[in-house]
Design a protein around this ligand. Structure first.
Ligand SMILES: [Zn+2]
Length: 354
């Protein structure tokens, strides 16, 4: 018997086909209707129903490109189950190039939402009733905040074994066992017992090829783990791509000033090691920012102008730092090698830095 069609916002997608569905959200005050575009790839054979979504924070655009590339991936020709791709959840923020909604709310704090709630609450309600409550697994794609660059990393509540399995399969160098924030998509999915992982990488309003490549590979690896797409032929990759952090800590600027970074993203640092210098414009008052712990740098601030108290480095701590270093080395050799072949350098001096 043929597999039943997948229904979303009143549209039926037959088994073995794909379709783009415009899920109506709201109207702009110009009376222009607004939709969340969703692409559904409904496999011929039964299997998991995976939602992959991006830009719930409207300026976090790496996920949008990750979704685009996943949808063009040839592995989907043999799809078992269903892929529900939502490249842009916060359509308002995306148009405005902003993390937030027009009422300045964070859509990722509006779940579960309600039909008669705030704008964010209504979008959350729509997303969960139309899509989330009909899927079996979720990958939520994020990017760092503005001026902050995240090392590719997976955040997940590892108590759920299926979530832990997805996090491990994704293969980002670092996994953070992250608690659930009330009102977030991740917390709501978890409350429904839907396994969910969040991928973080790069910086808001910027594309980064290493981040995008690792995101695409991660999504496909999770689909392979869930047996939605066929196993890769050829030699098997080493199982150990990721190391799970024990915890993480933000390092803040002690004074206002102009920052010169010393440590870089992905670098191993020791407790007390210099991360950056902060000085006044004359160089008379100068303070070294040092690491409060040993670990791997998982986020750097790219804006040299800092205020006292501002978070400028994020350090992940590990029980076995040498294992985390190995995961970083593996990440560099695998993803970066691939990227260098595929990308035209944006700056002519990118080549010089190699
Ligand atoms: Zn985000």
């Amino acid at each position: 018997m043929a597999r039943a069609p997948f229904v979303i916002a009143g549209t039926e997608i037959k088994a073995g086909t794909r379709a783009t569905v415009e899920v109506p959200v709201a109207k702009l005050y110009t009376h222009t209707p607004l939709h969340i575009p969703v692409e559904v790839v409904h496999g011929r054979r039964d299997g998991p129903v995976l939602m992959v979504c991006g830009a719930i924070h409207g300026d976090e655009i790496n996920g949008v490109e990750i979704v685009r590339r996943v949808l063009r991936n040839s592995a989907l020709r043999h799809l078992r189950g269903t892929l529900v791709a939502v490249p842009i959840v916060n359509i308002f923020g995306f148009v405005q190039r902003s993390r937030y909604l027009p009422d300045r709310r964070d859509l990722n704090r509006c779940f579960p939402g309600s039909e008669s709630g705030s704008l964010g609450g209504r979008i959350a309600y729509l997303l969960r009733t139309q899509i989330m409550e009909h899927v079996t697994h979720i990958i939520d794609l994020h990017t760092g905040a503005i001026h902050r660059f995240n090392l590719p990393q997976v955040r997940a509540e590892l108590k759920n074994p299926e979530t832990a399995r997805m996090a491990e399969a994704f293969g980002a160098p670092v996994i953070i066992n992250a608690g659930l924030r009330e009102g977030s998509l991740r917390a709501y999915a978890d409350s429904l017992d839907i396994p969910v992982v969040t991928f973080e990488g790069g910086e808001a309003l910027r594309f980064d090829e290493v981040v995008i490549t690792s995101g695409v590979k991660g999504v496909i690896r999770v689909m392979r783990e869930l047996e939605m797409v066929p196993q890769k032929k050829g030699p098997r990759a080493p199982k150990k791509r990721s190391e799970t952090a024990a915890n993480s800590q933000w390092v803040r600027a002690d004074i206002d000033g102009i920052m010169r970074p010393v440590a870089s993203l992905g670098q191993k640092v020791r407790k007390g090691q210099r991360l950056a210098m902060v000085a006044d414009p004359f160089g008379e008052a100068e303070v070294a920012i040092t690491s409060p712990c040993s670990g791997i740098v998982i986020c750097v601030n790219n804006l040299p102008l800092v205020n006292e108290g501002e978070a400028i480095y994020h350090i992940a701590r590990f029980d076995e730092l040498s294992e985390a270093e190995k995961a970083m080395d593996y990440f560099r050799s695998s993803v970066e090698a691939e990227v260098s072949e595929a990308v035209v350098p944006v700056h002519p001096w990118d080549e010089l830095q190699k």
